[in-house]
Design a protein around this ligand. Structure first.
Ligand SMILES: NC(=O)c1ccc[n+]([C@@H]2O[C@H](COP(=O)([O-])OP(=O)(O)OC[C@H]3O[C@@H](n4cnc5c(N)ncnc54)[C@H](OP(=O)(O)O)[C@@H]3O)[C@@H](O)[C@H]2O)c1
Length: 310
């Protein structure tokens, strides 16, 4: 018998119970699933960062904790968690949503859509947009989400550069890695998309110095994590014109406080952490398939590297 504890909270339980049971039934596993269980009996925990469960020490036979979100910065530092931790990678749901968000917001800036959508003076100003091949885009982070977004942008004709921690080869994407590679990745980027995790190594990555290395008038799209950008440096770069616009989906404090200057800034678009959400049905299938792998002695997919923090 495989005992699975759903510790992601009562609201998500209401959404997930049926899809999870359906997905687990399809694996043929003999299992129990619920929101309550004696800790020493639990094999797997389905988890979300806001969970009340913070002390994993009593879960003595735990085989893995499976996070429902892609971001794991709120759990990687938990010293009581010694079992493997997996994060959400879901091509059908989470990744597809992010590809749509990133493509939409890149195209908005590339095509200069705002000038026509908000045109109270009814100005007839025929500024014909560039073609995508004339607009270099850089994607910082070439993981599950970054690679999918870079691939779609390359498919649309943008010259795409990507940057990661370790060396990567991605079809139709010019790849750089490591500290040295960052300067090269930023040098030509007219639009920068951030799809990095929040780790000690990525915090304040886009600071005043790095923002200044971007071409004049570059655009930032950040569905990654708020701490990747130094807020004050970004505001200064926007005011100076170095950065023409920032579309931000993630923030250091969420919800973004009502008095935060991003809300009122004319060159900032705030979206409320909606770039992409875990989709229940496909995520339930990902979790069930990974539990099945664990029970069959196969390596778990989407394992978090606790030392690297993602
Ligand atoms: N706004 C939203 O709705 C939303 C939804 C889902 C996810 N997210 C965010 O998106 C992030 C990315 O998700 P993912 O699934 O693509 O993650 P992932 O598969 O873990 O990929 C992370 C990428 O970042 C790179 N990276 C990490 N640390 C780095 C460093 N110090 N220097 C250079 N590159 C570094 C990794 O390099 P390697 O390839 O070398 O490992 C990898 O390419 C998540 O962590 C989360 O914060 C946001």
């Amino acid at each position: 018998m495989t005992n699975i504890l759903f510790a992601a909270g009562p609201e998500l339980w209401a959404d997930y119970e049926t899809p999870l049971r359906r997905a687990l039934d399809a694996t043929g596993l003999d299992y129990t699933l619920g929101c309550d269980a004696a800790p020493e009996t639990v094999d797997y925990i389905v988890y979300a960062p806001g969970s009340k469960l913070q002390d994993f020490a009593p879960y003595t036979r735990l085989k893995a904790v499976m996070n429902l979100w892609a971001g794991v910065e709120k759990i990687t530092g938990n010293p009581t968690l010694t079992a493997p931790l997996t994060r959400m990678v879901d091509d059908e749901g989470l990744t597809q949503g992010m590809v749509e968000y990133v493509t939409g917001h890149v195209l908005r800036h590339h095509l200069g859509m705002d000038a026509h959508i908000v045109n109270p003076e009814h100005a007839w100003e025929p500024n014909v947009p560039h073609l995508s091949r004339e607009r270099p885009v850089t994607v910082l982070g070439l993981g599950a989400l970054g690679q999918a977004c870079a691939g779609m942008l390359a498919h649309l004709g943008f010259p795409v550069t990507g940057w990661s921690r370790t060396e990567k080869q991605v079809e139709r994407v010019t790849c750089f890695h490591g500290d040295d590679g960052l300067s090269r990745a930023l040098a030509d980027a007219q639009i920068v998309v951030l799809l990095l995790p929040d780790t000690p190594a990525t915090r304040n990555l886009l600071d005043a110095d790095r923002l200044a290395r971007l071409p004049w008038g570059a655009v930032i799209v950040n569905p990654g994590r708020g701490p990747l950008i130094d807020d004050d440096a970004l505001l200064a770069a926007l005011d100076a014109g170095q950065i023409a616009h920032a579309t931000l989906d993630t923030f250091r404090t969420e919800p973004l406080p009502a008095d935060h200057p991003f809300w009122a800034h004319p060159k900032v678009t705030v979206t409320p952490h909606i770039a992409s959400e875990t989709r229940v049905d496909s995520a339930a299938r990902v979790i069930a398939a990974n539990i099945r792998r664990g029970e069959d002695g196969e390596p778990l997919l989407h394992l978090v590297d606790r030392d690297a923090g993602y």
